[in-house]
Design a protein around this ligand. Structure first.
Ligand code: MG
Length: 257
C-alpha cells in the first residue's frame, strides 16, 4: 500500500518511466501467438535438418531461447550437442525461410495497452529495443505482423546466443553504444527467465503477468515492479493520461468526430 501521494510522473504503483531505454521481450510481453507458424518451423528443423522424427512438445519452452528449445528436443531424441551445433546454421536458415513462407498465417494478438505504452515511451524520447529468445528472422516477422516493428530501434535475438542472459548483455551493449556507457537499461518481460537475466546484467526489470506465468510467481523473484496488465502502468500517470488524451483528440479530428 502506498503511504504517500504519487510524485510527478509516478503512477499509483509508485512507478515512473525513468529509464532512458526500455528493452522488451516479445512472446507473452508484447504479443501472444495463437498460430502455429513458429512452432511448426522449429519442428521442421528437427525433421529436415537433424532427421529426427520428434517435436518440441514437452519441452518447457516458455522463457527459453529457440536454441535451447532445439537443443533440449534433440537431446531427448538422443542427438548429441556436437551434432546440434554442427548443423545449427542450417537449422536457423531453414526456420527463417519457413516462417517467411508462412508469414501470412501469423496472427499475433497484441497485449492490451501495449500500443499506448509504446507510443507513450516514444513520445517521451525513450530508446526502445527488443531482447527475445526468438531467432531474429522469426521475431521481426511477428513484430511486423503485429504492426509493432516500427517502435523499435534495435533487436537482440538468440541466433548467436543460447542463454537469455547473453541476449540481455548484448542489448545492454546496444543501448550503451547509442546513449553512452553510464546509461541504465530497463528490461520488460513475462517470465522468471527475464527477471533472472536482467539481474545477471545488473539491469532493472518490469515483470508483466500477461503471458503464462502468474503475478505471484513473478513477484516471488523480486522484479522492480510486477503488473498483471499494461493498463496498470498507464492509468494514474499524468504523462500517460496526457499522451492518451492527445491521441484520442487526434483520432477524433482524423475521423471527423
Ligand atoms: Mg516471453
Amino acid at each position: 500500500m502506498m503511504t504517500r501521494a504519487p510524485a510527478a510522473g509516478e503512477n499509483r504503483n509508485g512507478f515512473a518511466w525513468d529509464s532512458p531505454a526500455y528493452v522488451f521481450d516479445i512472446d507473452g510481453t508484447l504479443l501472444l501467438s495463437r498460430d502455429l507458424v513458429h512452432y511448426n518451423a522449429l519442428n521442421r528443423a528437427l525433421d529436415h535438418v537433424y532427421g529426427v522424427d520428434t517435436t518440441i512438445d514437452g519441452v518447457a519452452y516458455h522463457g527459453k531461447t529457440d536454441l535451447s528449445i532445439l537443443r533440449a528436443a534433440l537431446a531427448r531424441a538422443g542427438v548429441s550437442g556436437k551434432v546440434f551445433e554442427a548443423k545449427l546454421w542450417q537449422a536457423i536458415d531453414l526456420i527463417g525461410r519457413d516462417v517467411a513462407s508462412h508469414a501470412a498465417s501469423l496472427h499475433p494478438e497484441v497485449c492490451r495497452g501495449i500500443p499506448d505504452v509504446l507510443a507513450l515511451l516514444k513520445a517521451r524520447g525513450k530508446l526502445l529495443g527488443i531482447a527475445s529468445g526468438n531467432l531474429e528472422a522469426v521475431g521481426w516477422r511477428k513484430l511486423k505482423a503485429a504492426d509493432l516493428d516500427g517502435f523499435f530501434e534495435f533487436g537482440c535475438f538468440s541466433d548467436r546466443h543460447e542463454s537469455r542472459a547473453d541476449i540481455f548483455a548484448r542489448a545492454v551493449g546496444e543501448v550503451k553504444s547509442r546513449l553512452g556507457n553510464g546509461t541504465s537499461v530497463c528490461f520488460v518481460g513475462d517470465t522468471p527467465e527475464d527477471i533472472k537475466a536482467a539481474r545477471e546484467v545488473n539491469a532493472k526489470i518490469i515483470a508483466v503477468a500477461t503471458g503464462t506465468i502468474t503475478a505471484r510467481e513473478l513477484t516471488s523473484l523480486h522484479p522492480d515492479i510486477c503488473v498483471t496488465n499494461w493498463v496498470e502502468l498507464l492509468d494514474h500517470s499524468a504523462d500517460s493520461a496526457r499522451c492518451l488524451q492527445e491521441k484520442s483528440h487526434r483520432r477524433s479530428i482524423s475521423s471527423g468526430l
